[in-house]
Each structure stands twice: as C-alpha cells, then as structure tokens.
Design a binder for this molecule. Structure first.
Ligand SMILES: Cc1cc2nc3c(=O)[nH]c(=O)nc-3n(C[C@H](O)[C@H](O)[C@H](O)COP(=O)(O)OP(=O)(O)OC[C@H]3O[C@@H](n4cnc5c(N)ncnc54)[C@H](O)[C@@H]3O)c2cc1C
Length: 285
C-alpha cells in the first residue's frame, strides 16, 4: 500500500528536531530506521503530517562502555551491537537478545531508540531494558529527563514519552564478570517476534546461592514485565534442577497472557514456564 502524504525534515541538531516535533503537537513523528514506522504508515496505523528524520543528528550512534555500564545512543543499530565485540563481556545478555531480532536487512537499519519508542510487547530490547533496570535519557521542549524502564512502557505501542520528546540514550547498569544469565525465546520462524521469551540473570554469593535475581518476560502481556514471584524462588537458593522446576511453575502461574490467533492463554503460560526453565538451565550450566 502507498504511504499517506507527509512533509519531511532532516534537522542537523537535536534542538531543531525537538523544536519541529513541539511545533506540530502530536502531528509529527520522529523517524530513525523506519523499520516499524514505515509499515505503520503503509497500514494507516499512523499518518503524521511531518516526519522528523534523526539520522543527521550527531553523536546519537555511539556505544560507550565504562565502569558505570553500557550507554547506547538511540541511533545505534542492531547491527552495531552485533559487531561490537566489547559487548560480549560488557553485556552478554543484550548481545544474546539482539541475535533474535528480525532479519539481517532489518537489523542493518533498525535502531534501538526506535525499538524502545515503538514499545512492542513482544520485542526483545524493551524486555532487556525492564529486566536490567535500564534508564532512557530523553530530551524534549521542556528539557532533558531520565525515565526508568519500569516506568517507560505503558501498554502495547504506548510509552511515557511526550510527543515532543526524543530518546537520546539507553543506559544499562554495569555487568559483573561472573554473573549468570540466560535468554530464550520461542517464535514461529527465526527472526519473528517472540510468542514468549525470557531474559534473566543472577549473581552468586560465596556459598553458590543466587542473589539479585532479575527475571523478565516478553510477548505474554501488554508490556515487558519482571516476575517477582520467580525472582523470590531463586534468591537465596542454589539454582539446581528442583529450583528450576519450581521457577518454571511459578513463571507459568504468574503471567496472564491473552488468547490470540497464534496461541491460547494456556499455551502461552506453559511456554513462558518453558522459556524460564531453559534460560535458567543455560544460566546455571
Ligand atoms: C520484518 C520485520 C521483522 C521484525 N522483527 C523484529 C523482532 O523480531 N524483534 C524486534 O524487536 N523488532 C523487530 N522488528 C522491528 C525492528 O526491530 C525495528 O527496527 C524497530 O522496532 C524500530 O526501529 P527503527 O529505527 O526502525 O524505528 P522507526 O521505525 O523509525 O520508528 C519506530 C517508532 O519509534 C519512534 N522513534 C524512533 N526513534 C526515536 C527516538 N530516538 N526517540 C523517540 N522516538 C523515536 C518513531 O517515531 C516511531 O514511532 C521487525 C521489523 C520488521 C520490518
């Protein structure tokens, strides 16, 4: 289907981009890689009067790794993450999740800022952001602010971003070298969005018991979510076969997915348990 008509601007500064968005109220949209927005235009899910292209704004495509953690500029593409060998140790969970995003062509253009702003509940990066307690740095007409991932995703394709705000950076806390982690998802075809997925990590104390467990799931609710019930099963325990089985049951029991054309609620619940089980098996191995 042809796209609806729109004006186009490619400002050279963040300030100009924000000013353009602010001047058009809710009738302008930022465009980054276009991999989600262009299909939405084609389907008439969105028809903004103006597209504000972010590609000429400097410094939004940097990956910075320091003792504080990983900072990903909003225009960093999936491919940049795949190609950055530093992330193998600086954030292996992120790297594992990105391997499941779409296909080569989409990963070559799609950006992480676009994925976070698009807020698909089955998308990998929003799940990583929530699981890892990421923060989003955003700038709008009234200045800059930082939004915690837990407060950012409000529903399917809905976020806490104001119409004039642009995400500039996604900040992931530092990743200790001995942390245990796992990422698993089930999709109907490789590169499709997850029917259910689990991202998790935990640290171990001197006696080998799990501490600081973080367990997140995607594709089974309106937003990516942490599963406190599963984290409680893990914390203070050695993650062995019995605890993994208990965590699997807790995961299946505490999510409340909807029935849809792809799967029933019962199937997605069971799948969530299986994804958590498999992620814990790989984390503990
Ligand atoms: C065939 C196909 C398969 C896919 N499979 C997957 C998958 O398995 N997993 C997955 O996660 N994604 C998948 N995607 C989506 C893909 O990852 C997109 O690249 C991503 O969701 C959006 O990034 P983008 O840069 O293309 O954003 P765009 O399409 O340019 O923008 C998306 C939305 O974000 C807003 N936006 C963009 N950048 C910013 C910013 N910096 N600040 C504020 N708002 C901004 C736009 O206004 C728009 O509303 C798939 C896409 C396709 C076409």
């Amino acid at each position: 289907m042809k796209l609806p008509p729109f004006q186009y601007a490619a400002p050279a500064t963040l300030r100009d981009a924000v000013a353009l968005l602010a001047a058009h109220g809710g009738d302008a949209k930022a465009i980054a890689g276009g991999q989600s927005l262009v299909p939405m235009l084609a389907f008439r899910v969105a028809s903004p009067a103006l597209l504000v292209d972010l590609r000429k704004i400097p410094d939004l495509d940097r990956i910075t790794i320091s003792a504080d953690g990983v900072r990903l500029g909003a225009m960093v593409r999936w491919r940049d993450i795949e190609d950055d060998a530093r992330l193998d140790t600086a954030h292996p969970l992120l790297k594992a999740a990105v391997a499941h995003v779409a296909h080569y062509q989409v990963r070559n253009r799609g950006t992480i800022g676009g994925s976070i702003a698009h807020a698909d509940p089955a998308a990998e990066l929003p799940g990583i952001a929530v699981t890892c307690e990421a923060e989003m740095a955003v700038t709008g007409a009234s200045g800059a602010r930082v939004i915690r991932a837990a407060d950012f995703f409000l529903g399917p394709l809905m976020t806490a971003l104001a119409a004039d705000e642009i995400i500039t950076e996604i900040r992931l806390p530092a990743w200790p070298p001995r942390r245990r982690w796992g990422f698993q998802e089930f999709a109907r075809r490789r590169g499709d969005f997850a029917m259910a997925g689990a991202a998790l990590y935990y640290d171990e104390d001197a006696s080998g018991k799990a501490t600081n467990a973080h367990v997140g799931v995607i594709g089974v609710g309106d937003v990516p979510q942490r599963l406190a019930e599963v984290e409680a099963v893990l914390n203070g325990r050695v993650v062995d076969a019995a605890i993994i089985a208990q965590a699997e049951g807790a995961a299946a029991g505490c999510v409340n997915p909807a029935d849809d054309i792809h799967a029933s609620k019962a199937y997605r619940r069971a799948l969530t348990g299986t994804m958590v089980e498999r992620a814990l098996k790989s984390a503990s191995a």
